[in-house]
Every structure is written in C-alpha cells, then in structure tokens.
Design a protein around this ligand. Structure first.
Ligand code: ADP
Ligand code: MG
Length: 677
C-alpha cells in the first residue's frame, strides 16, 4: 500500500478540498489516516424522549406523525416535523431545507441525532442529522470529531476518511515487529487505524489508541537511542590529556565543590579522556552550580590545546557567563570573549578573526555562534546552557564547527527520568542532586487575594532594607495581547497607586531582545526596585539583591514553572521569599501550593507535579522543549511510555535496529517526519 500517495487522489477530495486538507498539514494518504479524531460522539445510544435532558446531544428513535410542513419566514424557510416515540412527542425543525418536504413517511420510524431543547415542557430539536431506522449513515454509531479548519465540515472530512478507510482496508503493512505486538498485547496496525477513526464500541477506541500511542512513543524513543548509538560508532572523538585534571581549577573557586559536583566532573572527565565523543546532559536544579562544572570542563579542554564554545539562550545570560568565567579563568591566563548580536561589526569581525586564529580560548555567546562565519581553529568542547531552548539540530550545527567535539548540555529543568529519556534520549545523563551547603531555603507562602495589602507591606519593608522584588503576572491563556495588557496594567497600578515612591518597570515576551536585556540590566544594577514581568524572567539571570518573588494567580502555573520562577530569588546572601497568591479553588490546587511551600527540591517537585496533574501542561510555558505528539499524551500515557522505553532499550541492547526491517523503517520515518526532535 503506497501511503505517500497524494491526498488529492482520495475519493471525495476535489481541488478545493485539497487546499483545505493541506491547511491541516494533510498532504498524503498517510497524513490523512494519521489525522486522529479529537473526540467522538456516541450517536449509538438511544434514549426514550421522556428521559432526554435539556441541552444534551442525543439520539432518538421516533415515528413521523406528520408530513414536513414549510413555513415562510423573512428571508428563510422553516421545515417542521412532528414525531413521537412511546413516551412523548417532539417537534423537529430545520431551516432552508426544502428538499426535506417529502423525505419522511407518516408512520415510519427514523433515527435523529441533535441537541435537545425543552420549551414549555415540549421537546424541540433543531437541525438534527438523521437516518432511516435500518441505516447508519449519520446516526446509530460512534462518530469521530476531528480538529478542523474553517470551511471544512465534520461531515465532509468524515466522508473523506471513510473513503480512505475503504481504500486501505486490510492493506496497511505492519510497522511494529510481531514479537513486540505479542509481548505488549497490541492490536495490529489495520485494526488500530480503522478503530481509531470509526470505533464500533467505546472499548475499540481504547484498544486502538493504546497501540498507536505505544508506536508513537516507542519509535521516538528508539530513534533517540539509535541516534545515541550512532554517536558511539562514529569516528573517534577527542581524547583529552590525563595530565590536566578538571579539578585543577577548583582551587580557584571561593568554595569547595559539592560531592555532586565532584561526581559529575568525574563522569565528564572520563568522557573527555576516552576516545569516544561526549554527548552528555548535565541536569541540576537552579543554583546547583552547573556553571562551575562547565568551567572546569572548559579549563581541561583549553589546557589540552582546544577551544571551547559556550552557548546561552539570551545575550544577558551569555554576558553573565562571561563575567563569571573571566573572574576565575583570567588568573589562569585563559582568554574568554563574548559574541552576541549587539556588539559592533568591527568588534565582531575582530573576534571572529581571533577565534579563527586560535587567540580566543573560550567563546561565549548566543545563537550568533551558529552562524556560518563563526569558525574555530580547534573547537574541542561545546557547552549549551538551558538546553530546552535549543533543538537537536542547533546543537549539531555548532558541533559541526569542530571535528567531533565533545558536547555538554546543561539543563536546569529537573524532570523525572522517564521524561528526561524522551527529551534527551540521545544523551548520557549526569545529575547534580545536591545544592551547595548553607544555601538558605526560600521561604514560601501561599496566600489568597485578601492578603494583597499585607504582601505589599512586606515588599515595602524589604525594599526599605535595600532589596528588590519581582512580581510575576498571571498567565493569560493563549493570548499574548491580553498578557501584555495585564502586565502593563499591573505595572501602572504599582507605579501610580501602590508604590509611587519606587522605581517600577515591566518586562514581557513581546519586547525586543535588546529592550529586555536593557531592563534586566537596569534591574541587576539596582536602577529598578520592582520588576513586573511575565514568565520571561524564568531563565537564569542572577540578581543576588532581589529577594522577593510574588507570583499572582499562582494556581495557573504548573509546579515546574513555579519552581523555575522561584529560582530567580535566593541567589544572594539575603533570606529570600516567594509569595504565591492563589485562588483556593479545589483540593488539588491546595495540594500543589503545599508542595511548593514544603520543599525547594526541584526533583521532588517535578515528581509531585506529575502525580498531581496526571495530565496537562507539565512544563507550563516551557513546553517548547517537548517533542509534539500526534496522539500520545506524556502524562496520561505515562504507563505506556514506560513500556515503550523498556521495549526500545531492549531492542538497542539485544539486536540493534539494523537487524529488523520494520524497526529500521520506524526510525527512518521518525527522522524524516520530525528532524527537530
Ligand atoms: P546553576 O546551576 O543554576 O547554573 P550557578 O552555577 O549559577 O548555578 O551557581 C549558583 C551560585 O552558587 C553561584 O553564585 C556559584 O558561584 C555558587 N556555587 C557554585 N558551586 C558552589 C559550591 N560548591 N559551594 C558554594 N557555592 C557554589
Ligand atoms: Mg545556570
């Protein structure tokens, strides 16, 4: 069966509909049959009229008691039919459907599906779909509902889908190996595709879905593991000298490395000294000291004669890294430079030249580092910070500037291992699971809105003592315009009513990067007392003097997002505070707030988040890092995800992908579909 066939050849798809389907990203037969329903309507279950509830969509079986009468209204006509079952009668109406006049025979039974309206004790149904009692074209079955665009109706797409099903019936080639289907008790591909679109009973849907979810997660995991395996087999990586130790640098720090930092440095050093390429994820909560670890690795690379590239998601973060690196590495005679788009052309050219000559040891920058004109003399190590902002593609693009350089990816998003495997399945993982000692716990309080005055008083007290505060605005769902408005409004209120005596500014995602950086810099330099912001501040800028974080409408944020936001404070010597203002609607919200107040440990929080949410937007606004799935939902399908991971792991360990044609194809398709994993 050729699934690459253009969708225009499917019966029912004309030139106009092709365009509409294309808008839904449906180009081929395969795209079409993997365009899954958003939900279903059960038009199979019939209720007696007397049991129908006002407002519900319902199927009824009734006998026509009249001919369809037509009433002329201004600019339209109305068709009306009286019908009844054993329990009561009802009125069925349509507009502008004159052809229905002779459609129904008095005394004959029909099935209707539509919304029940109770009016003065009578049931009325407007514009229902219907069938003769022995037919099931529109009713009498479960009907798929697709996510749609303007101008393409459910009925049209359903017809097209039905035609596609006839075309492929029984002809799809199995994509999963038979032993996997057997081991995980999955249904075959033909049954799954047919039943996901047209389930005969509710159980069909569950069976079909499980198979398709498994396949999706399994192939994703398999692709990532295969990628990881291919790194190992590729040409040799750099083998760094054993004469320089990553820990040689630790004497330069004003602190002792934590046990966790030492452990991950051992893991990194082992990678660096081996002839394999390092592809490692360094995961550690905010403030766990990842920068120091990166610095030690960079030190070893430079002292072994190589250059290092450090890539950060924003200019201000890159600048901050440069300051930190210089503080420690200047003494060691290591030359660091900054490459961001804001520097002058002249300066940039000079830096590019020196980088090419090998006069710069460590280049720290933003996406600007990926540009083609950035060339190295001898790039040996690439560090990307806050990885969820970069994709696999960008990572490999910078790596290509060297000859199999080692790669270290740093992430501050503590996530449960199962999810880490989906996000970073192609990497080895090192975890810093310990914070530097004497770190003060960020005191966290969850309060409702009636505490606003007290919260403001508290902020005032801290500012009087010379501190600064963040106020994070509520998330306005999927509406950036609204978001913006709420930030500006709240800012005005603080500037004019609440704290006219203080310097209050705002920050939001729609601002130009340069404007954002300027505001952040002013805040850092204590030229702003209170920063009102959307979640854009979540990425790690250090303002040690800011010790209060107020989060409005905290119930709208996921725990992981709250944790990231809270990590903006507690970076200095002062006791820090996080105040969650929330609407105590529901037990679950209260539980979530309690978790935040009880612990500062990101890993515990992420586990709890999964547990308490079950489904939904775990990453909050950081979602961008997760691959998109057609059918799987990482939270609802956690159990299947675990199975899929075990299965993929087993394949890689036992036979590899190459030995099995179906597996090979799964992986190939994955990379074809979605190179951006
Ligand atoms: P993150 O992991 O969030 O990037 P950083 O590397 O920015 O954390 O470290 C946070 C702060 O902790 C920095 O000011 C850093 O100097 C300090 N720090 C790092 N390691 C230690 C340590 N072992 N002991 C004490 N302070 C440390
Ligand atoms: Mg950091």
């Amino acid at each position: 069966m050729d699934l690459t066939k253009d969708v225009k050849y499917i019966k029912g798809v004309g030139p106009n509909r092709v365009l509409l389907l294309n808008k839904l990203n449906i180009y081929t037969l395969k795209d079409l049959i993997t365009y899954y329903p958003r939900t279903y309507e059960d038009r199979g279950k019939v209720k007696p009229l007397a049991e129908c509830i006002d407002g519900e969509e319902q199927t009824i079986e009734v006998i026509a008691c009249s001919k369809v009468s037509e009433i002329r209204l201004p600019r339209k006509t109305m068709q009306k039919l009286i019908a009844r079952d054993e329990t009561m009668s009802c009125i069925i109406t349509w507009f502008n459907q004159s052809y229905l006049k002779n459609k129904f025979e008095i005394g004959k039974k029909y099935r209707f599906y539509g919304k029940i309206n109770y009016k003065y004790g009578k049931i009325e149904i407007n514009s229902p779909v219907f069938d003769e009692i022995d037919k099931t074209k529109n009713t009498g079955k479960i009907v798929p509902i697709y996510p749609l665009t303007y101008n393409l109706s459910q009925t049209t797409l359903r017809r097209i889908m039905e035609n596609a099903m006839i075309e492929i019936k029984g002809k799809l080639e199995e994509t999963l190996p038979d032993y996997i289907i057997k081991e995980y008790k999955l249904t075959d591909i033909n049954t799954a595709i047919e039943m996901i679109h047209f389930p005969k009973k509710p159980e069909d849907f569950a069976i079909a879905r499980k198979r398709l979810v498994f396949e999706e997660l399994f192939s994703m995991q398999l692709a990532l593991l295969a990628l990881k395996n291919s790194y190992l087999k590729e040409e040799k990586g750099i083998q760094y000298s054993k004469n320089v130790s990553v820990k040689d640098l630790s004497k330069e720090f004003p602190f002792e490395l934590t046990g966790a930092q030492k452990r991950v440095l051992d893991e990194i050093e082992k990678d660096m000294e081996s002839d394999k390429c390092m592809n490692r994820l360094l995961q550690g909560d905010v403030g766990s000291g990842k920068t120091a670890v990166a610095m030690c690795a960079a030190y070893k690379a430079v002292k072994s004669g190589y250059q290092v590239a450090i890539m950060a998601p924003t200019a201000i973060l890159a600048t901050q890294h440069l300051e930190n690196f210089n503080k420690t590495l200047e003494k060691k005679n290591i030359k660091c430079e900054l490459l961001i788009s804001a520097i002058t052309k002249k300066k940039k050219n000079e830096i590019l030249e020196r980088l090419k000559n090998g006069e710069i040891d460590i280049i720290i920058g933003t996406h600007a580092l990926i540009e083609d004109n950035v060339q190295f003399k001898k790039l040996g190590l690439v560090v990307t910070d806050e990885q969820h902002r970069f994709g696999v593609k960008q990572r490999s693009k910078i790596a290509e500037k060297g000859k199999n350089p080692d790669i270290l990816v740093m992430s501050a998003t503590p996530i449960p291992r199962t999810l880490a495997l989906i996000l970073y399945g192609d990497l080895d993982i090192s975890i810093i699971d310990e914070l530097p000692p004497n770190r003060k716990k960020i005191e966290t309080y969850a309060v409702n809105k009636s505490f606003q005055q007290r919260v403001d008083n508290f902020i005032q007290k801290q500012i009087e003592q010379g501190r600064q505060a963040y106020i994070v605005c509520p998330l306005v769902e999927e509406n950036e315009e609204q978001d913006l408005k709420s930030v500006i409004e709240i800012c005005k209120k603080y500037q004019t009513e609440i704290f006219p005596q203080y310097r209050v500014e705002y920050l939001h995602g729609k601002m130009k990067p340069k404007e954002k950086d300027e505001i952040m810099l002013k805040f850092k330099n204590k030229e702003i007392d209170i920063l009102i912001s959307t979640t854009v501040i979540e990425v790690g800028v250090d303002v040690p003097n800011a010790n209060i974080m107020v989060i409005e409408d905290a119930q709208r944020f996921g725990l992981a997002a709250l944790h990231q936001l809270r990590g903006r404070v507690g970076r200095g010597e002062y006791q820090s505070y996080c105040i969650l203002i929330y609407e105590p609607k529901g037990e679950n919200i209260k539980k979530r707030m309690k978790v935040m107040c009880e612990t500062n440990d990101g890993f515990i929080i992420s586990e709890k988040d999964l547990e308490l949410r079950g489904s939904g937007d775990f990453f909050g606004t950081m979602q961008s890092g997760l691959p998109e799935f057609k059918i799987a939902n990482l939270f609802e399908d956690m159990a299947v995800l675990k199975q899929a991971q075990i299965a993929a792991q087993k394949v890689i360990e036992e036979n590899g992908v190459e030995k099995e044609e179906r597996l090979q194809k799964l992986v190939e398709d994955k990379f074809k579909d979605r190179i951006e994993i």
